[in-house]
Design a protein around this ligand. Sequence first.
Ligand SMILES: [Zn+2]
Length: 92
Amino acid sequence: MYTVSCKNCGRQYESKANRNGVCPDCKKIMRSRNNTRYSAKTYDNVRIYVPKGYREELKQYAYDKGMSLNEFINKAIDLLVETLENESQKSD
Ligand SMILES: [Zn+2]
């Protein structure tokens, strides 16, 4: 192990590589910042309101089906759009 200084904050930290990189704390902060930037560039946010407690119920249901709550909601939206499209085609 080598003692090197962080390129970002200058703090000394232990590293396997004998060169200056970023310390574990800065690495965590930078990763989180990069994830936030990536998400902002890639996704739109939609805030929905549900009755108190229903969120946890849905989350548990989604997890039981092997999905995240986000995947579950996106799938529900896709299925509804598909259903409505099929219904409108039948009435044409
Ligand atoms: Zn640092």
